[in-house]
Design a binder for this molecule. Sequence first.
Ligand SMILES: *Cc1c(COP(=O)(O)O)cnc(C)c1O
Ligand SMILES: [Zn+2]
Length: 420
Amino acid sequence: MERVLKCVRCGKTYDVFSSKTRCDCGGLLEVSLQCTLSPNLKDEFLKRRMSLEPYNESGVWRYREFVLDIEPNSIVTLPEGRTNLYKKVVDGMEVYFKHEGENPTGSFKDRGMTVGVSVAKKLGFKITACASTGNTSASLASYSAHAGLKSVVFVPKGKVALGKLSQALAYGANVLEISGDFDYAMKLVQEASSEYKLYLLNSLNPLRLEGQKTIIINTLEELGWVVPDWIIVPGGNLGNTSAFGKALKELFEFKFIDKVPRLAVIQAEGASPFYRAFKSGFKEFEPMKAETIATAIRIGNPVNYEKAVKSIEFTQGVVESVSDLEILEAKRDIDNLGIGCEPSSASTLAGLRKLRKSGVIKSSDFVVMILTGNLLKDPDTSINLHTGNIKDVKSRSRFFEIETLKDLEDALKKIVLEGE
Ligand SMILES: *Cc1c(COP(=O)(O)O)cnc(C)c1O
Ligand SMILES: [Zn+2]
């Protein structure tokens, strides 16, 4: 047996396929690798890119030694994890954007879901479940449909972006719209899955995080294993934060990399319990009532807190918070680059700007930002932002209503004059 589930609090171990999401003591579980992996695997990972086997084409299963041992015929893959890394100059600084919004359902959640739903199928579950601010539900619904399983998703009423809710419905999920916020939905789904035979697929599920580790592995591979100074990621339920720290620890211990990049986790000011805990040196952790336009990170009581603290400590990371206005300005700029992302993803650039201002990140630093979700997820915010409907954020896109030929002529003249 090469892997076990291990409690991060008391150290008790369980079978990796035990379908437990928490230890009997209440602590979080994580997968513990019981073997070492050789850096020679780097060549094998690259070679698999040439293969036409779906599980080699997948940017998750291509790195399966870091993910999970499971029979290829149990694997439910679309395949995911084949996302682009863009090099851009922003504010005079060269930076990279890893666009996880280019996954099959439009968010990084697919990298975890391929693992989670494969295991649900292997274990004989008929129904999968999650609480979600939107993207997890879209991903769960899609992968469950591919696997022939039913899905149940708990979503907070009125706080799920249009693109995400329409996906979950379209892929055939049973959608439970909860009167309450995400944190309440999260509590309800945990209770429901201990009462009914539902396979819980929030990032509380340690196997999902093993899939999300491949965001780091894939990015480093694309960089030729040259290690950046900083990796910047939004923080909501802190699943990625946890997975990234774990990935970096394993890559470092197995000598795939000889230095560890620092993680910078960015939260929205209105949903910043992790930032506040960081400011207290992680002595205090106080859940809060969350509010932000970045609905994917509108979370006041992140379930992965304990693991995320370890990630910040291991990588000598930092946690920053940014206002909704800063998020929207950053979204405007990422969108205008022709890349685009949803609001929560833009917190990365907003965070970079703030960390540069405070001198934590220097303009000569090598920085990678993880864009977690696709532009198309939240069309309402995009239209408001780019038609100038959001006070205090100046739009650089132009929107003209044309009723007469005179309007048309005026508009064209303006556009042409501005272009000169
Ligand atoms: C889920 C999600 C997040 C938050 O990630 P965590 O792992 O919960 O911290 C951020 N952005 C997008 C687009 C998401 O879907
Ligand atoms: Zn325990």
